[in-house]
Write a protein that binds this ligand. Structure first.
Ligand code: 5GP
Length: 194
């Protein structure tokens, strides 16, 4: 080994169509691979039951979110169902310069922004086993009116078509398998170093 700065860590972005289960894969990854460094996004949406500020998200108001955008403190950002989401830039850059592999779980527009600013990032597309399966999840989510469901399905079709803009595809047919595959792609061992 030569001395000097560590080789930079690699940035991996997990994205995919809305409703495909990115959040579930990351929740399982947190349990099975707690040593993986996962970026904590800021969001203006309200915490769901069980979510802790600073763990799943940093929960902020719109004024604070706008300030973060204006001062360039977000690596990427997007809006989703009326709420804003973004990735704080500094913690990600700090980890990467010290050689730590970093994982972001963000929507597809966010993934495009990361591709534009960090071309070396590894973009992972989480795909449903079939389009029908994704449609079932989107329709089965609640009691929304048919017009809203149609909007979701149209969006899902567009998002599925973007799969070839990604470097790797993981099919979410089993959440634990998908989480393990993601960790393997990040090039980290599946157990913490002793
Ligand atoms: P949820 O509110 O269900 O946790 O997340 C809603 C959507 O926002 C998901 O598609 C999730 O991937 C996306 N998301 C979460 N954090 C970020 C972020 O920092 N940036 C972007 N662009 N999307 C995010």
């Amino acid at each position: 080994m030569t001395s000097g700065s560590p080789a930079p860590g690699r940035l991996t972005v997990l994205s995919g169509p809305s409703g495909v289960g990115k959040g579930s894969v990351v929740a399982v990854l947190r349990e099975r691979h707690p040593h993986v460094w996962l970026s904590v996004s800021v969001t203006t949406r309200r915490p769901r039951p069980g979510e802790r500020d600073g763990v799943e998200y940093h929960f902020v108001d719109q004024a604070e979110f706008d300030r973060l955008v204006e001062t360039g403190e977000l690596l990427e950002h997007d809006a989703h169902l009326g709420a804003s989401y973004g990735t704080p830039r500094r913690p990600v850059e700090e980890q990467l310069t010290t050689g730590v592999p970093v994982l972001l779980e963000i929507d597809m527009e966010g993934a495009r922004q990361v591709r534009a600013t960090m071309p070396d990032a590894q973009l992972v597309f989480l795909a449903p086993p079939t389009f029908d399966e994704l449609a079932r999840r989107l329709v089965g989510r609640g009691t929304e009116d048919p017009a809203k469901v149609r909007v979701r399905l149209d969006r899902a079709r567009i998002e599925m078509a973007a799969e070839d803009q990604f470097d790797v595809v993981i099919v979410n047919d089993d959440v634990e398998r998908a989480a393990d595959a993601l960790v393997a792609l990040m090039g980290i061992s599946s157990t913490p170093e002793q």
